[in-house]
Design a protein around this ligand. Sequence first.
Ligand code: ASP
Ligand code: MG
Length: 421
Amino acid sequence: MHEPHQLKVYKFGGASVKDAAAIRNLCHIAREHAAGAPLLIVVSAMGKTTNALEELYHRAHSHLDYGPQLHSLRAFHYAVADELFGPTEAAADEALRALFQELEDQLGALEPGDYDRQYDQVVSFGELLATRIVSRALDAQWLDCRPLVRTDHLWREGRLDWATTEQNIRSAVPPLLPRGPVVTQGFLGGTGSGQTTTLGREGSDFTAAIFAHCLQASSVTIWKDVAGLLNADPKIFDDTVRYPEISYQETIEMAYYGASVIHPKTIKPLAVKRIPLLVKSFLDPTAEGTIIHDCRHDSLPPAFIRKTGQCLVSFESKDLTFISEENLEVIFGALAQVRLKIHLMQNSAISFSVCTDFSAYRLDRLLDMLYEQFTIHYNTGLELYTIKNYDAASIQRLTQGRDLLLEQRTRQTFQFVSRGA
Ligand code: ASP
Ligand code: MG
């Protein structure tokens, strides 16, 4: 029997399961590359299914007709299943039928208000459907992660109860591994009372790290449509370079600044157990990719990171007094309450500015809370750029021709906010 510490955890995101050919490729990778080691596979919703479910849910909750959206969701999943299993087998698939029935029942029974809780109950179907299809295609065991990954009631951003989760995973998973690969859902969790939660958009990487941490896996591999961890998103910047290896620390910082390649919460659970994280291309699975582990760097090429949809909010004291610690306490308190995260902040004599994601709803609530005390200005439609390990040339290259609203530099990091292109 295999030792559990030989376990490999593979994570496949939406793009790697977007159609039948992609799922066949996944099966090939799982069979060829895990080399007989025990294997746990974490899967996200197929393609853009989570966005589609968000829209479907929003329509249903707003009492708009959602029939066409539900129909296309069903048609999409059945088309993939038809191609993989043949139409007769797909039509007879009891698990798929039951999931669509359950989804339909949930949508029909939505209650007014309670938006975030019901969002989790509906949007979670993407991962449930994807894992049913993938586990059948691979002839693997399907595991419901929701009774194992225990969170609190912070809907759409469930916070993990590590102790309970670890206990659950350690008792449920090891007995399954000798029987063959196990397929489970990314992104999902559950409360103690059995309601579904989600871990935040793009949270499947984090799920892979949770399982690997709890089971002391030998490695985690995130299979992506890029060649590894690059110093910039090739869809946005040209001349990208791949890091053959990079430290946990550097990766955490890049994820924090918004590099979309790995969910920011993924690294810590792996780093504390020194579990290496491999980022590899599912299009070229034998290529080297990137290994993220304990290592030292003398110098690294500059990394370029862009966050769009940003908003710059400035608070001025109304009586020309300086921004004090007391003022900051009030501002931070309000930001935390409306759940706006600060990506960058700057203080001057009588004003304090923060760059956050733009959300009309959250910003309105913030203004309501603070307008009596401060004069507030804000700009939307902005971009936040970060250059990590900058040099003069990289700053020149990125700032050229841009209208900078705010800039800041520390020893390793140069950041600025500018208007969107
Ligand atoms: N399917 C979820 C999302 O699109 C989780 C993930 O992809 O990691 O946000
Ligand atoms: Mg996804």
